[in-house]
Write a protein that binds this ligand. Structure first.
Ligand SMILES: Cc1cc2nc3c(=O)[nH]c(=O)nc-3n(C[C@H](O)[C@H](O)[C@H](O)COP(=O)(O)OP(=O)(O)OC[C@H]3O[C@@H](n4cnc5c(N)ncnc54)[C@H](O)[C@@H]3O)c2cc1C
Length: 459
């Protein structure tokens, strides 16, 4: 079985390696660096930068731990960006190693579909090679959306691609969009010393998350002196001699040296020729797939940011594994979308899985909530990380249908709750499970007890 994968992001490289492990002869085509958006321009560089701002914050708070820090504590932006690049390049090498170890052939170039069994690859040196495949997996990902009104120039008005390659720290920046990317990059730059103003059209930052968790983050932003303007969009942008003026829909305006546009991403099908060979695409340019991740053309699969599922690396990766199983083994595997973890790596971290309370209300689902504050946990007090809570949402049968966590390590804590939603566990089952003491995970057990009003550590 010959499999060709186009795009080596988290969707494509997982699919390629899994297909090889299942016995297929695999070729993967990538026009840039393996790892895709996630590794080169997304998840990993942002987390490397946030690790720096986190370390800086810990040093600023040293006194609270009984440590005297003397002399100047100042971020070195060049060194920070170099560290980020080193983390990325190490992981890129790791993917190349795995390709070699699993006999996956990587061809550097742009892949174009010729027909359902043929891909043409245009290489950087101007030559083209043609590859024959029994099955093809499309994984070409997404790119930032920057509407014309923002006057994108890649210098003063930039997207997440450029912000992660900044050579110098901007004095001030407007961030259009208070979603995950806007909040993460906003907090990093703010803690480095940039004056940040986030403009979010919805009534809260992180519009898709639980309102109370978003409020906790907004509170921290206020402490950080990071300005947040919600409830109004950007109507127009003027590029001035000194920077940018963003005119808001309420008639007010904001000025800064530069602007980051972080309002969303679109699927990237450029040069792929998918539509021309008959691959069905929806009105938003995303490839239609069935539950097996197969397109309308049998033998062509599509995964990750190019399909109409959450734009997340772990979703792309899971879809890649499922597509590989189905392509190589006709396994009939599907993705369990009911438990997609959503994580924001700010301080405090914000995480959610399953339904929010608002979604329960909108869908007319009768639900109950259990909640427990970090403040009452021994571990949180010992760590001086008392800001945060766990919220568990159950249906009328006590089955956990959603959860939200805000606070230190919220993104790691979410794993237990994701498993609970994935397996349809009840709050009673989670509450009955012994959780180690002292850990932050005790908040999950206590929130589960609180669903039934029997939380010992709550008044
Ligand atoms: C700033 C930022 C932070 C993020 N943080 C997180 C996070 O913390 N957690 C999370 O889960 N998600 C995060 N994401 C989202 C995540 O990066 C994407 O959901 C994920 O990378 C999608 O994977 P993919 O494989 O579908 O596509 P991509 O990662 O976009 O990879 C697609 C690859 O295909 C290549 N390609 C495209 N067309 C062709 C062609 N014709 N021929 C050859 N190669 C081609 C591209 O060069 C690219 O390498 C973040 C995104 C951004 C922008």
């Amino acid at each position: 079985m010959r499999i060709t994968v186009i795009g080596a992001g988290p969707g494509g490289y997982e699919a390629a390696i899994m297909a090889a492990k299942l016995g297929a002869e695999v070729t993967i085509i990538e026009k840039n660096s393996p790892g895709g958006t996630c590794l080169n321009r997304g998840c990993i560089p942002t987390k490397a930068l946030l690790a720096t701002s986190d370390a800086l914050e810990t040093i600023h708070n040293a006194k609270a731990f009984g440590i005297n820090v003397e002399g100047t504590v100042a971020p070195d932006f060049k060194a920070i960006m170099e560290r980020k690049a080193k983390v990325v390049s190490g992981l890129v090498k790791g993917i190349e190693y795995l390709f070699n170890a699993n006999n996956v052939t990587m061809i550097k170039g742009t892949g174009t579909l010729v027909d359902k069994n043929t891909v043409a690859v245009s290489k950087d040196d101007g030559t083209t090679v043609t590859i024959k495949a029994d099955k093809i997996i499309l994984a070409t990902g997404s790119v930032p959306i920057v509407p014309a009104l923002f006057q994108f120039d890649g210098k003063k008005v930039i997207s997440s691609d450029e912000v992660l390659e900044l050579q110098a720290l901007p004095k001030s920046m407007i961030i259009a969009g208070g979603g995950v990317i806007g909040c993460e990059i906003g907090q990093f730059l703010s803690r480095m010393g940039t004056q940040i103003t986030i403009v979010e059209m919805a009534d809260q930052i992180l519009p898709l998350e639980d309102a109370e968790t978003a409020k906790q983050l907004a509170r921290q932003f206020k402490k950080d002196k990071l300005k947040v303007l919600t409830g109004n969009g950007i109507a127009s942008v003027e590029v001035t001699e000194t920077g940018i003026q963003a005119n808001l829909t309420n008639g007010k305006s904001v000025e800064a040296e530069s602007m980051l546009v972080a309002i969303g991403r679109r699927s990237y099908l450029d040069n792929l020729n998918a539509r021309s060979i008959g691959v069905a695409v929806d009105e938003r340019g995303r490839i239609n797939v069935n539950h097996k991740m197969e397109t309308n053309i049998p033998g062509i699969y599509a995964i990750g940011d190019i399909v109409a599922t959450p734009l997340l690396a772990h979703v792309a990766a899971k879809e890649g594994i499922v597509a590989a199983y189905n392509a190589v083994k006709d396994a009939g595997k599907t993705v369990a979308y009911q438990a997609v973890p959503r994580c924001v790596y700010t301080e405090p971290e914000v995480a959610g899985v399953g339904l929010t309370e608002l979604e329960c209300v909108a869908q007319g689902i009768a639900y109950k909530v259990g909640q427990f504050d970090f403040r009452a946990l021994g571990k949180a007090q010992a760590m001086s990380k008392i800001q945060g809570f766990v919220k568990i949402i159950v249906d009328s049968k006590d089955v956990i249908i959603g959860a939200a966590v805000v606070g230190a390590h919220a993104t790691d804590l979410l794993a237990e709750l994701s498993l609970a939603v994935h397996l349809g566990l009840t709050a009673e089952q989670i509450g009955d499970c012994i959780h180690a003491h002292p850990t932050l995970s005790e908040a999950i057990m206590e929130a589960a007890h609180d669903v039934h009003g029997v939380c010992v550590h709550k008044a």
